[in-house]
Design a protein around this ligand. Structure first.
Ligand SMILES: Cc1ncc(C[n+]2csc(CCOP(=O)(O)OP(=O)(O)O)c2C)c(N)n1
Ligand SMILES: [Mg+2]
Length: 375
């Protein structure tokens, strides 16, 4: 067990973990009430991995995660109000209500999202780290992803380039033992994920992701090493999500007793025990951390509920439209100045034109293929 830090640090770690726990519980409740829409993936149980990591990052380091990242944003300092409002689809949300739970983003705090594509954040992390290196900055990117993501092609491709180009990234696998309903033994040939990037030249270490102090200790060593040596590394944090994969998960793939067993390792309760036994925190400190989390989350729900929906006229805003494009994708090899359809003010009109053109083409194709129609 790593050494217990000073009182202020303990209060900070406890406060963040309690806030994430409360926020997630409330997000689940608001989803049941249909206040929060789209998909919802909760990280209850994974708080120590998240907070242990972010607590040793510098403010100018980058963090990038998956679709299970309300906690990551909270840990980075994004206000609970803005995250809850994003879940509610409101204008005051982190992405103006357009992203929802899976796409929380806070560039100001260098929390670079929030991605729904499993493994899709890995190459982006390499890009962020490449930018740091290119600009000669000593910032490190921390890329957090799941055990399931370690099976994607993106994993191998990113490990190779990150090692080859000596990019400053800490790859942190949040190994919660499942990718949706598939256990790690059934989805990965190599189950010790700390070894999984060795063939690409990246060393890894396995740590206890339920112990916030161990996570802090080991991740800070990795950050230091990556920052000074300018080479990537990998950390596999063993953790567990108490809730299902998403809000709609009947959980037939695991026993209740397994969940119970992991609850005994609860990252918050165990940290409290360590702090109280050590004498660095009192029972009253713990109670006020819990109360504060309750108040912040209650206020966030009120804020989100009072916030306006984005106006209907803004439906086409924030969309990237290439004026002349007829298909679903385009290779843009033109000069850097804005082109027809790219300026914000003509975007809505162009988007409508494009939608109409596509609809016309689709009905033309459908007409041609209708039985009995021959031209
Ligand atoms: C490329 C891609 N394939 C499949 C999916 C569907 N999918 C969503 S989450 C998930 C499981 C990922 O598991 P893991 O990486 O372990 O993350 P966890 O959900 O456990 O945090 C899958 C297969 C997806 N979103 N993207
Ligand atoms: Mg997983």
């Amino acid at each position: 067990m790593a050494q217990v830090p000073d009182r202020d640090t303990c209060l900070e770690l406890l406060g963040r973990m309690c806030l994430i726990r409360r926020f997630e519980e409330e997000a689940g409740r608001q989803y049941q009430r249909a206040k929060a829409g789209g998909f919802l993936h909760l990280a209850i149980g994974e708080e120590a991995t998240i907070v242990g990591t972010t607590s040793v990052m510098r403010e100018d380091d980058y963090l990038i995660g998956t679709y299970r990242t309300h906690g990551h944003a909270l840990a980075r300092g994004t206000p609970a109000d803005a995250i809850m409002a994003e879940l509610f689809g409101r204008e005051t949300g982190t992405s103006g209500g357009r992203g929802g739970s899976m796409h929380i983003f806070d560039a100001e705090r260098r929390f670079m999202g929030g991605y729904g594509i499993v493994g899709g954040n890995l190459p982006l992390a390499a890009g962020l780290a490449f930018a740091s290196k290119y600009r000669d900055e000593d910032t490190v990117t921390v890329c957090m992803f799941g055990d399931g993501a370690s099976n994607t092609g993106n994993f191998g491709e990113t490990m190779n380039l990150a090692a080859l180009w000596e990019l400053p990234v800490v790859f942190l696998v949040e190994n919660n033992l499942y990718g949706m309903g598939t256990s790690i033994e059934r989805h990965s040939a190599v189950t010790n994920l700390s070894h999984k990037a060795e063939g690409y030249g990246i060393e890894g270490e396995r740590i206890d992701g339920m112990d916030v102090l161990e996570v802090r200790d080991r991740v800070s060593a990795h950050l230091e090493e990556v920052r000074t040596k300018g080479r990537p590394s990998l950390v596999e944090a063993f953790t567990y999500r108490y809730r299902g994969h998403s809000a709609a998960d009947p959980e037939i793939y695991r026993d209740k007793s397994e969940v119970e067993e992991w609850r005994q390792k609860d990252p918050i309760e165990n940290f409290i025990k360590v702090c109280v036994e050590d004498g660095v925190l009192s029972e009253e400190d713990v109670q006020s951390a819990r109360d504060e989390a309750d108040e912040t989350v209650e206020a966030a729900v009120e804020f989100a509920d009072r916030s306006p929906e984005p106006p209907l006229e803004s439906l086409y805003e924030q969309l990237y439209v290439v004026g002349e494009t007829m298909g679903w994708y385009a290779v843009d090899e033109r000069s850097p100045e804005p082109h027809r359809g790219e300026l914000g003010e003509d975007a809505p009109e162009k988007a409508r034109d494009l939608a109409e053109t596509v609809a016309d083409r689709e009905s033309e194709i459908e007409r041609q293929h209708r039985p009995g129609v021959r031209e």
